[in-house]
Design a protein around this ligand. Structure first.
Ligand code: UFG
Length: 346
């Protein structure tokens, strides 16, 4: 019999790609999402790619009663991948309690239900933001967690602590916290991808929206950093590569191959790329020019960060394989496909 995985936030960007990979690997998926930052038609895309429509329930995991009711009904969940969370850094500074309520209450409710209903395995969606500006690059999992710059970042740090403390007393629960670097790109089918609602904050959606003419100009936030070309450096990881790591993490927990109750893994490519390099790689990969200008630094940006991926490579047997050109091409193809789709469905 197939094992069933609960994917919270499964209609979101990384959640939808992970659902595809789970289904392609023979797992059943039930998605819980309140659709606060995603669309229901993402399920159509998942179904077109995999031939399977995942089970779906729409409710807010920050609601304790609804979450309990869900677990009461769903008695066959083997593991949980918890993506559901708000993720806009700027908004979290404006409205911290919205972020603390949503991101922390949902995790607490899940952990309580895991204990109550004997679901042992959790994969948590964390971020390289926990490292702040690391002193040593590439940064590995033993680097100190730095004071968070934003409430969003703090929810990731506190969530990791909540998981650690809960596991310490439970004796039964097992978890893997996956620290993502910068997820970009879309499924090669162009049937699912990133769907920023409103003005995007992240670099790649701004590039694709500028290239297609929705935005007039990309603003490069600072060219006076202490980096070879003066712009910030990040580790851009293809979303399908990232999704595959979740399937491996789930399997590791289910087969009890984890060495400790709580493990941390960096998910990146191991390569640092500057903002200017992303723009030029995009232009070469797609043949489309991006209109950009350099402006001042963005508050809260770290100068440079990229991952030491050796632990994920050796322990998970996982490696990012998609080139940046390929992933930026997939982001562009998705942008083109999605704009056409929106026009048709108007
Ligand atoms: N950038 C621009 N112009 C833009 C948008 C971004 O120049 O319009 C630059 C940023 O200054 C940064 C780089 O592109 O140098 C990447 O920016 P993103 O916003 O795409 O990504 P961040 O690295 O800032 O943020 C990511 C995740 C966050 C997480 C953070 C932690 O999106 O969720 O890493 O470092 F908190």
């Amino acid at each position: 019999m197939k094992q069933k995985i609960l994917v919270t936030g499964g209609t979101g960007y990384i959640g939808s790609h992970t659902t595809v990979e789970l289904q392609n690997s023979g797992y059943d998926v039930v998605i819980v999402d309140n659709l606060s930052n995603s669309r229901i038609d993402v399920l159509d895309g998942i179904e077109k790619i995999t031939g399977i429509r995942p089970e779906f329930e729409q409710f807010d995991l920050a609601d304790q009663d609804m979450t309990d009711l869900f677990f009461k009904k769903q008695t066959d969940i083997s593991a949980i991948i918890h993506f559901a969370a708000f993720k806009a850094v700027g908004e979290s500074v404006e409205n911290p309690l919205k972020y603390y309520r949503n991101n922390l209450f949902s995790l607490i409710n899940l952990l309580e239900c895991m204990t109550r209903y004997s679901t042992a395995c959790l994969v948590f969606s964390s971020s390289c933001t926990v490292y702040g500006q690391p002193e040593i690059l590439p940064v590995n999992e033993n680097a100190p967690v730095q004071p968070a710059i934003s409430p969003y970042g703090n929810t990731k740090q506190v969530s990791e602590e909540i998981i650690r403390d809960t596991l310490f007393v439970s004796g039964k629960l097992r978890a893997i916290s996956l620290r993502y670097f910068n997820p970009v790109g879309a499924h090669p089918s162009s049937l699912i991808g990133e769907l920023p609602i409103g003005v995007p904050n992240n670099l790649v959606p701004v590039i694709t929206q500028t290239a297609i003419g929705i935005r007039e100009q990309l603003k490069v936030f600072g060219s006076d950093y202490n980096t070879p070309d003066g712009s910030c450096i990040r580790d851009y990881i293809d979303v399908v590569d990232l999704a595959k790591a979740h399937v491996i993490a789930v399997k590791r927990l289910l087969e009890q191959k984890n060495r400790q109750a709580l493990e941390f893994f960096n998910l990146g490519t191991g390569k640092g790329v500057s903002v200017f390099e992303v723009i030029s790689t995009f232009e070469k990969a797609t043949g489309v020019k991006v209109n950009y200008t350099v402006t001042g630094r963005r508050a809260g940006d770290v100068e440079q960060v990229w991952a030491d991926t050796r632990l994920a490579n050796s322990e998970l047997g996982w490696k990012a394989t998609t080139s940046l050109s390929e992933t930026l091409r997939s982001a562009w193809n998705w942008e083109v496909y999605y704009r056409k789709y929106l026009e048709k469905s108007r």
